[in-house]
Design a protein around this ligand. Structure first.
Ligand code: CU
Length: 119
């Protein structure tokens, strides 16, 4: 009787562990990482891009590394796509990989943020 009890507990524990592993895997599927090369040149560009992405659907987190001009984006692949994310960056006035910056948004950028800006 006592042995049976232990077995039950052990199998219950296994099931719990399985459930944990499974849910962790399911959560991973909702997260993907994307790296996009932009035309960011300064801290202000970083803020502009990160703010724009904060409002983009499906984007969980974004971080611009100014020296390398790379934006690392954590997003939900069920809610958005790399294409849409690049488009959001382009709409903010910055190049995003092969998507050119939106000219109107680019015009509105501070002079120091433009590609030919003096630094
Ligand atoms: Cu800038």
């Amino acid at each position: 009787m006592k042995k049976m009890g232990t077995k039950k507990i052990t199998s219950a524990l296994f099931i719990t562990l399985f459930a944990f592993a499974f849910s962790a895997k399911a959560q991973n599927a909702k997260k993907a990482e994307l790296k996009v090369k932009t035309s960011a040149v300064c801290e202000m560009c970083k803020t502009t891009i990160e703010k724009e992405l904060a409002f983009a659907k499906g984007v969980k987190r974004s971080a611009v590394d100014v020296p390398s001009k790379i934006v690392t984006i954590t997003y939900n692949p069920k809610k958005t796509t790399p294409e849409k994310i690049r488009q959001a960056i382009a709409n903010a006035g910055y190049d995003a990989d092969d998507v050119p910056a939106n000219p109107k948004a680019y015009e509105k950028l501070n002079a120091c943020c433009k590609k030919d800006g003096t630094h």
